[in-house]
Design a binder for this molecule. Structure first.
Ligand SMILES: Cc1cc2nc3c(=O)[nH]c(=O)nc-3n(C[C@H](O)[C@H](O)[C@H](O)COP(=O)(O)O)c2cc1C
Length: 294
């Protein structure tokens, strides 16, 4: 009822853990993998990064604001850590780097990955993430380089801040198997007592309910122009949100900030989606893109 085929990978349900929220340990992936359709790792680079000084994650009334700064161990160390992944669901390894060479080297370090997600969209690290996605030519070269080295699905993770329709069309042509949208969107907070920005990095990425309508519109727009699957991400906290993304055209969805508040969210979303499909006498895949048929 909830099964989904994502680029040839069978997911027991369309609910995927979004990159980064749970850090870089296998034990937290293991817990989520028992219920989720798939899990995405924290983004990893060749050398690793220490990330920014605290405070790096703020909880505010419409979600989270973070500038963790893509903190992660070096790729080889992270690959060792992933040996303890329980494989209770497919594993998508999220990669980031500055050029095709970085991404190619990373692809070869993670043979245990069932798919790769290319982070072309993190808004708070110079020379990586969103800055790469702003350069469609470079982004296409990166996709081609990774596709040249692996038969596994390659997902490009974009931002609502990109010229995402043209970027996604170019990446599809370059060989991307799916796109995920959106990463966090740039934002900040100011401490009114000190008069200073709260995050040590001054600004960071907004996630959670504040960005849901924006991400939903991105999915709706991309479903119209792409043949490859779209994965929706941004502000999902309940099963109604999941259904909106699916009806907009998402084949699957990713959930990030909501996991920060409840690790049981995958179980409760799955149960509610099953009840909905039973009541409507449909499969979840029957609902993909139905908002376009009006
Ligand atoms: C603390 C934190 C760390 C994140 N780290 C990453 C990361 O390493 N790579 C990445 O592509 N996205 C990262 N993200 C973005 C999420 O994967 C997701 O795209 C975003 O938070 C929107 O989804 P949400 O509203 O469900 O959280 C991070 C988000 C948060 C809140």
């Amino acid at each position: 009822m909830l099964e989904v085929d994502l680029c040839g990978i069978k997911l027991r349900n369309p609910l995927i853990l979004a990159s980064g929220v749970l850090g870089s340990s296998s034990s937290s992936l293991n817990e989520i993998a028992k219920e989720a359709g798939a899990v995405v790792t924290k983004s990893v680079s060749i050398e690793g990064r220490e990330g920014y000084r605290n405070p790096t994650v703020l909880n505010w009334r419409c979600g989270l604001l973070n500038a963790v700064g893509l903190a992660s161990p070096p790729a080889v160390k992270f690959a060792e850590e992933l040996r303890s992944f329980n494989r209770a669901s497919p594993l998508i390894v999220s990669l980031y780097g500055k050029n095709p060479e970085d991404f190619s080297a990373l692809t070869e370090i993670f043979p245990m990955a069932d798919a790769f997600e290319l982070n072309l969209s993190c808004p708070h690290v110079r020379g990586a993430g969103m800055e790469i996605g702003r350069d469609p030519e470079l982004s296409c070269e990166i996709v081609k380089a990774v596709k040249g080295l692996t038969e596994k699905p390659v997902i490009a993770k974009l931002s609502a801040m990109h010229d995402y329709v043209n970027l996604a069309k170019a990446l599809e042509k370059a060989g991307a198997d799916a796109v995920a949208i959106s990463n966090t969107l740039p934002g900040m907070r100011i401490d009114i007592n000190s008069g200073r920005p709260v995050l040590s990095n001054v600004s960071g990425g907004v996630s959670g309910p504040a960005i849901k309508p924006i991400a939903l519109k991105c999915v709706f727009d991309l479903y119209k122009v792409l043949k490859i699957p779209v994965i929706g991400c941004g502000g999902i906290t309940n099963f109604e949100d999941v259904l909106e993304f699916i009806m907009a055209g998402a084949k699957a969805v990713q959930i990030g900030s909501a996991v920060y508040f409840s690790k049981n969210i995958f179980f409760s979303l799955k149960e509610s989606l099953m009840a909905f499909c039973r009541a409507k006498n449909c499969e979840i895949s029957d609902l993909v893109g139905i908002a376009h048929s009006v």
